[in-house]
Design a binder for this molecule. Structure first.
Ligand code: M3L
Ligand code: AKG
Ligand code: FE2
Length: 421
């Protein structure tokens, strides 16, 4: 059974459409089977079943380490790692891809125990390690996750007993920083303890892992319930779960919160793993998950209070997934800031509301809610692409400081410490 959805272009195990075999849109099925019938398999050694390959009219088929891979010939030429094609000092391609004949085909192919050798019509030789091919092929990629995560509800998170990292160890040791980042990547939230409760000390923390993303709220922001800005955050009202800056084309990657003072009641922080909730939607209603990942929405921030005049618009679906493996990487969920829906016709609108309701029900399940009281000295980092935050209404004087971080730079720091990010 081939996937009939037009929108589904990828040959991935289909969790969305209930079929595991999709038709590859790039190669008509009948042509592939004709070619397969005339081609023959070559093995590195007669008795070796570890690696086998065959040359087809327009691609090379290679079986290695239980992975069946198909490589386009231009791809094979384009990724050549020889000294004239690739600069290993800069890790950049020097080959001009536009100079490759789109009809190119290797003149000779040879495989030994570890390496694939291709000789091109002009005599140039390309070598690929077989392990490298498994790791870098489409077929290898779609079986892997980009970002390993532990999805959680309140119980899972509590059971995990994720430790907070001490401020000194975070600032002064690579181990402390790495432990913090590992927890942050896995859970989408992480705490630093024993921080001096000032804006300046919070800034030092932020700069340890990333660049601060300056926005219309400033670089380091600092707020109380004085309605100095035209947004509910600057009041004492409760705020339902949401992600921030959905009205930016690229919502801020990370949010840092540090409560510097609270003399009063209430004001607890709510945290909900948006990806855990989205996974439940995928299980219950895969077509609703798909709709939430396809329908583009606008979010908007219109501010006219005092001297602050801003008008921001961001466009994107609620759920953002990598198309080759369906992995979630960004949830955009803010019912306060969602703009007028005018990007799809009325019947799709109704289906979208149904899907949004299913997701909202999951996000609102009490067992998915993690409530914490932020205290001076304890800084919270939230992955704003994954974990929703909210707050309980409060009384009294409450002062919160923090900032947004650029996501690329947090991931950069994590990768430099050897983490998969
Ligand atoms: C965090 N800080 C107080 C600076 C800004 C709050 C932004 C609030 C906005 N409704 C949003 O969700 O993006
Ligand atoms: O007051 C709070 O605890 C959080 C408010 C909020 O959602 C925000 O500042 O983004
Ligand atoms: Fe917020």
């Amino acid at each position: 059974m081939w996937c009939r959805r037009l929108a589904c272009l990828f040959k991935v195990p289909c969790r969305l459409h209930g079929s595991t075999r999709h038709r590859s849109p790039w190669l008509p099925r009948d042509r592939r089977s004709v070619l397969a019938a005339v081609a023959r398999w070559y093995h590195t050694a007669p008795e070796s079943l570890k690696c086998a390959w065959q040359l087809h009219g327009d691609h090379l088929e290679l079986r290695y380490a239980n992975t069946l891979m198909r490589f386009d010939f231009v791809w094979l030429r384009d990724h050549c790692r020889s000294a004239s094609c690739y600069n290993t000092k800069t890790n950049q391609r020097s080959l001009d891809t536009a100079s490759v004949d789109l009809g190119i085909k290797p003149k000779a192919v040879r495989v030994d125990e570890t390496t694939l050798f291709l000789t091109w019509p002009d005599g140039h030789v390309t070598r690929y390690g077989l392990e490298w091919l498994v790791k870098n092929s489409y077929e290898g990629q779609k079986q892997q996750v980009m970002h390993p995560r532990i999805l959680w509800n309140a119980e899972i998170y509590r059971q995990a007993q994720v430790p907070s990292v001490d401020c000194r160890s975070f600032l002064e040791t690579d181990e402390g920083l790495k432990e913090f980042l590992q927890n942050f990547l896995l859970y989408g939230i992480a705490f630093v303890e024993n921080v001096t409760p000032t804006k300046e000390d919070t800034e030092i923390l932020a700069e340890r892992i990333s660049l601060i993303r300056e926005t219309i709220y400033g670089r380091m922001w600092y707020f109380t319930s004085d309605f100095s800005r035209g947004d509910t955050a600057y009041t004492k009202l409760a705020l339902d779960r949401h992600t921030d800056t959905t009205y930016f084309q690229e919502p801020c990657g990370i949010q840092v919160f540090h409560c510097l003072k609270h003399e009063g009641t209430g004001g607890r922080t709510l945290l909900v793993d948006g990806f855990y909730a989205a996974e439940q939607v995928l299980r219950q209603a895969p077509d609703q998950f798909e709709l939430l990942s396809k329908v583009p929405l606008k979010h908007e921030y219109v501010e006219n209070v005092g001297d602050c005049h801003n008008h921001m618009i961001g466009v994107g679906p609620v759920l953002n997934v990598y198309p080759w493996n369906n992995e979630l990487y960004l949830i955009r969920y803010n019912n306060y800031d969602r703009a007028v829906i005018n990007t799809v016709p009325y019947d799709v609108v109704h289906r979208w509301y149904t899907a949004h309701r299913t997701l909202t029900a999951e996000l609102r399940r009490p067992e998915n809610e993690l409530w914490v009281k932020l205290k001076p000295g304890k800084a919270l980092f939230v992955d704003n692409w994954r974990v929703l935050h909210g707050r309980e209404a409060f009384t009294g004087y409450r002062q919160l400081c923090g900032c947004y971080l650029t996501r690329d730079d947090v991931l950069n720091t994590a990768r430099l410490l050897g983490l998969q990010a």
